[in-house]
Design a binder for this molecule. Structure first.
Ligand code: C5P
Length: 417
């Protein structure tokens, strides 16, 4: 699917400052974004801000002057697949309901035949006013979708209904509307992210193997690499499923699915489900525990009952790459794993690549200079069937992830896949 084109319309309410986040989130979710602002909106947020965020000229007036450059006044309406009005003020709802077109935003809105999402934001009394409610009702009957307003702190100092939906909710609502969009005729000709149309599954973080309800075995994985890969894949336009063990980390924006798991077995099941659903790339960045307690206790173990020393019986966890992936693997799946080794990196990782039937392995040695756990800079060596393909510099993980995806893409082509 080519990127959906979202026209974000900003009207003049204090919530306009949150529209900057909406613009950024929409972009991070892989949409093409352009912005139109009412004159009032430009008093709250500079068009320059929106322009910098989207890299596109911002439509601010009907007359081709100022920020909107020489825009044909309905060009943006022809361009868009979907319109989001955020914030939608009481004034905008009234004009839209009445079919008024007296500025760039209302003109574009009237000229736009496709789906419209509005995120109202206003003072609580204005929101409750029968006129506003009647306008909202009329617009909804005409097919306009609404998100919010929510209840919360309003700029006028009260806590009540009228607060614009949070940017994440708005983008989630956009995603639902985009899913229903008909395919465009010009799909093939449209630019899209280099990974558009690819289904990517990433595993990340550690697994936690319970000993009893409050204790468990866990390793030091922070999830930084896996989350960075998921984020980079989203940014490249892929449809990304992130399967994450327990980490203190915000999920990247724009994921198709986030599956949170605790144990290695749960992670194995989640991978099986993702592969069965269809997947082109499996990037296994998780540090799955090799062993798990045989019979985790149902109640908290008491140290007095355990004595001065006690033995915890462990059994092997499934090896996801060895035991699970081969059973669920589709023909076009490319499997990439990580090998964390100390010393003799390339030799050990190459053996692991073959043993675990990986197409590519990213070898890393956390004891090396410029490499390490967590949010530190890191370096990796990419190994394929013919040996070392690339050695990265030491880079912050988000930047490293972008390079890894580029190299993987090239390597996969090189393999003739
Ligand atoms: O732990 P090990 O060094 O064998 O991990 C190498 C690769 O195997 C990693 O990509 C990891 O995600 C994967 N792995 C797995 N199932 C396990 C342990 C590791 O798929 N039980």
């Amino acid at each position: 699917m080519a990127r959906a084109r979202v026209l974000l319309m900003v009207t003049g309410g204090i919530a306009a400052y949150k529209s900057c986040f909406v613009a950024r989130l929409l972009q991070q979710s892989g949409y093409s974004v352009k912005v139109a602002m009412t004159e009032a909106a430009t008093h709250f947020v500079g068009p320059v801000t929106m322009r910098a965020l989207t890299g596109e000229a911002v439509a601010t007036d009907l007359w081709g002057e100022g920020q909107s450059e020489a825009l044909d006044h309905i060009e943006y309406a022809r361009w868009a697949d979907l319109v989001v009005v955020a914030p939608a003020t009481a004034n905008l709802l009234g004009k839209a309901a009445g079919g008024i077109a007296d500025d760039i935003v209302t003109t574009l809105l009237l000229a736009f035949p496709g789906p419209v999402l509005m995120a109202p934001a206003m003072n609580d009394s204005m929101w409750r006013h029968p006129a506003t409610q009647a306008n909202r009702q009329l617009l909804a009957e005409r097919g306009v979708a609404f998100v919010g307003p929510g209840s919360g702190w309003l700029a006028c100092g009260t806590i009540d209904t009228g607060r614009m939906a949070e940017p994440e909710e708005i983008v989630a609502a956009v995603r639902e509307l985009v899913a229903d969009l008909p395919a465009r005729d010009d799909e093939a000709a449209r630019p899209a992210g280099p990974w558009a149309g690819r289904r990517v599954t990433v595993t990340a973080g550690p697994t936690l193997e319970p000993i009893d309800p409050v204790r468990g075995l866990i390793n030091r994985s922070s999830g930084a690499m896996g989350y960075a890969l998921a984020q980079a894949a989203v940014a490249a336009g892929a449809e990304v499923t992130l399967i994450s063990g327990p980490v203190e980390r915000d999920a990247p924006r724009g994921l198709a699915r986030l599956v949170k798991v605790m144990t290695g077995r749960q992670m194995a099941e989640a991978v099986a489900v993702a592969l069965t659903a269809g997947c082109d790339w499996l990037l296994m960045a998780a540090a799955v525990a090799d062993f798990t307690p045989v019979n985790p206790a149902a109640t908290k173990l008491k140290k007095d009952e355990l004595g001065g020393a006690w033995h915890l019986e462990l059994e092997r966890n499934p090896d996801i790459l060895k035991d699970v992936v081969p059973r669920h693997r589709g023909r076009d799946l490319t499997v990439v794993g990580f090998a964390l080794e100390t010393g003799d990196l390339v030799a050990k990782a190459s053996v692991k690549r073959v043993e675990k039937a990986m197409d590519f392995v990213l070898a890393n040695d956390p004891t090396e200079e410029g490499a390490g756990f967590g949010d530190q800079a890191h370096r990796v060596t990419l190994i394929g069937p013919d040996g070392v393909l690339w050695q990265s510099d030491s880079l912050p993980k988000p930047a490293l992830a972008v390079q890894i995806l580029d190299r993987l893409e090239t390597a996969r082509h090189g393999r003739g896949a």
